[in-house]
Ligand binder design. Sequence first.
Ligand SMILES: O=C(O)CCC(=O)C(=O)O
Ligand SMILES: [Fe+2]
Length: 307
Amino acid sequence: MAAVIKSEPRKQTYSDEIRELGLEPYVLELELEGLTIVPPEVHGVSLRRINQLAKRILDEAESMTGVRFDLTKGPLDELEFPKSSQDLARLSDAADDHQPTQFLIQQLGRIDRMFRDLAVNPVAVALIRHMIGKEATRFSSHNSFVKWQGDYGYGPSLGLHCDQGRMPLPWGRTALTANTNWMLTDYTKDNGALAYVPGSHRQGSHPMQPMAAKNAVAVEAPKGSVAIFHGATWHGAFPKQTPGMRLSIANYYRHLMVTSQEDIKGSFPRKLADDCADPALFRKLCGFDDAFSYKKQSQPVPKRKKA
Ligand SMILES: O=C(O)CCC(=O)C(=O)O
Ligand SMILES: [Fe+2]
């Protein structure tokens, strides 16, 4: 006679924070497509704040480059990259001589409290934690992608990649990293929207070209929306073919077993961490209290028994 296997009732797959925030439809889309778009009425960041973030980014871009940037006109002077850094400045194949038409502003969390508030947005964090695990989620980096008009962009590959691509294969179902892409300007295909391949996170592999670029779709949404995606999702961007700026913020998260891009635990100023909308969550995501469990001899050691 076959053994009777008693099946346990199915465990709830949504966390309390997903249910409390009513994020089930976004979770479903993340599971199926590997990316979901959350509108402002759900994540709660006002358009006024989005405009303030965009202005702060443009000011920072000006102080870094010496060139003023206008949202509708783009850079108001010509820019040139140092020759040696051209390949670094873009994700596309290195074997061409197109000047990049974008750069990154890094370590946003140090620049302004607004960026720290965004990094602990409860809706974004809940969806990221759904993929990585609530207790295991940490910050990896906080960057802005500053882009202007350029026909080439990342080239024919669209720069498609997986953010967790440095992690060894095979990947499991739990995301090793997961990302957000806050749109500070309208995203259309011609405006250089994020590109992604729906369902690609379920392949558990690096993008397979040229099929990947052929199947990529534009993440089209009005400014103020945030795209949230799994670390295994194949993504890149379409070239920005229209005048003006394409601005975004990538708040990037990791599983605690994955090294962070910024040295947040080691060197992020503790005072700044406390100056934000949710200091306890910010500190936790920084991993300030994460410790090596065997930093010193922790297990009891026996001694020779006295006679
Ligand atoms: O917006 C882009 O150009 C690409 C963004 C991206 O790949 C990322 O944030 O990981
Ligand atoms: Fe990426």
